[in-house]
Design a protein around this ligand. Sequence first.
Ligand code: ZN
Length: 57
Amino acid sequence: MRGIITMGNAKKCCLCGGIYSGYGHNPQPFAEGRCCAICNFEKVIPERVRLFGAIRR
Ligand SMILES: [Zn+2]
């Protein structure tokens, strides 16, 4: 099987399974590995903000 995943530095997001290129983002606290910019922006950052808010309170 060869195709889009092997092209360039494309990688698979561990949260949504989508393809991204570049370094990716740290998906913790959701998962180990790397996730795409969309998941980072829509899921990871809001969760981190929530956690930080809980700690600081
Ligand atoms: Zn993703």
